[in-house]
Design a binder for this molecule. Structure first.
Ligand code: ZN
Ligand code: ZN
Length: 320
């Protein structure tokens, strides 16, 4: 399986400012320390191998959209954040090269940051496309139609040419889609949200669990999540806030910390955790610091098996 991250930010898309880019370039020039580069490729190798990730790159600013390529031919996508626009353009290129035009969406919930990419999803205009939208919420179609009402957007939903199907998922009822077995689970979030557990034919498992508040002082109540995450090869987890924020001013905002995500993955004996749904006010350096803290905390609290902690960025691709 291949997991591609098209949007990793939470709540609101963000972009780098001119000042931030100047700051990154200036620091890179200082780090190069007069070194000579024969061409751009050599310079790029230096950036990749000698600079820390936030010094030479960015986590990106598109909101939640993750693709799972299971290898059976149809597309599988979790959430329609602003990253969906880029995915749609790439999907059209792949369809032109012969890829099947079936899109299986799995929606965590219908908050704006998780559906805002849909009006810009070019395959929705393809009359040969089949778009199946799975959601725990019964209002998925209503939410998509509403964001394209004339007061909000110039192109109404009814102008879209693809063939749409809406499927309501129920916790405890497993379905098959895109070559995967899929289960869902309700999560603690404003108006509720749903996590998904995807298992391929080889038994490899990916969890997509965003916009979900776990309480570090009520870990016993989290037993259902430990079961849902059990032995997962990859867990994509809402880690919007630092622990300090999540237990103080941002308690009950419906999101979790990197620390509680590590605890849950340890209990569940998961193999890899991906930090996801980054706070829009965090700079690249802040997200990187949180990633390093998570790695240190994991090493300190590790039991028998190690958990690898990765940090999602727009463009990250993980091969399982
Ligand atoms: Zn969100
Ligand atoms: Zn939300």
């Amino acid at each position: 399986m291949i997991v591609r991250f098209w949007g990793t930010r939470g709540s609101l898309p963000v972009a780098l400012t001119a000042q931030t880019i100047r700051h990154k370039i200036a620091n890179a020039l200082v780090a190069a320390n007069g070194r000579h580069f024969a061409d751009a490729e050599e310079a790029e190798n230096f950036v990749e191998n000698h600079l820390e990730f936030p010094a030479g790159a960015t986590y990106g600013g598109a909101t939640a959209c993750v693709e799972i390529e299971a290898g059976n031919g149809s597309f599988v996508i979790c959430d329609m954040g602003s990253g969906l626009r880029e995915f749609g353009l790439d999907a059209l290129r792949r369809c032109a090269a012969g890829h099947e035009r079936t899109y299986n969406f799995f929606q965590s919930h219908l908050h704006w940051d998780h559906i805002m990419g849909f009006p810009f999803f070019a395959p929705a205009f393809d009359p040969d496309a089949r778009i199946v939208i799975h959601a725990g919420h019964a209002e998925a179609e209503q939410a998509l139609r509403r964001q394209q009402e004339e007061i909000s957007f110039p192109v109404p939903f009814d102008w879209l040419r693809a063939n749409f199907e809406f499927v309501q998922m129920e916790p405890g009822v497993e379905i098959a889609a895109g070559g995967l077995r899929v289960e869902t689970m309700t999560q603690h979030h404003s108006h509720g949200s749903y996590g998904y557990r995807f298992t391929d034919e080889a038994g490899r498992t990916i969890i997509f669990s965003t916009d979900s508040e776990h309480k570090i002082d009520k870990m016993k109540a989290e037993a259902a999540f430990v079961h849902f995450f059990r032995d997962a090869d990859l867990v994509i987890c809402d880690t919007m806030y630092s622990l300090a924020d999540s237990v103080s001013m941002k308690e009950d905002w419906g999101h979790s910390s990197n620390i509680v995500a590590v605890d849950l993955c340890h209990e569940a004996a998961a193999k890899r955790l991906v930090l996801f749904h980054h706070e829009p006010t965090y700079e690249d350096d802040d997200i990187s610091r949180m990633h390093q803290e998570s790695i240190r905390y994991e090493a300190l609290t590790r039991g028998d098996s190690a958990l690898e902690v990765l940090c999602a960025y727009d463009g990250l691709e993980i091969h399982l």
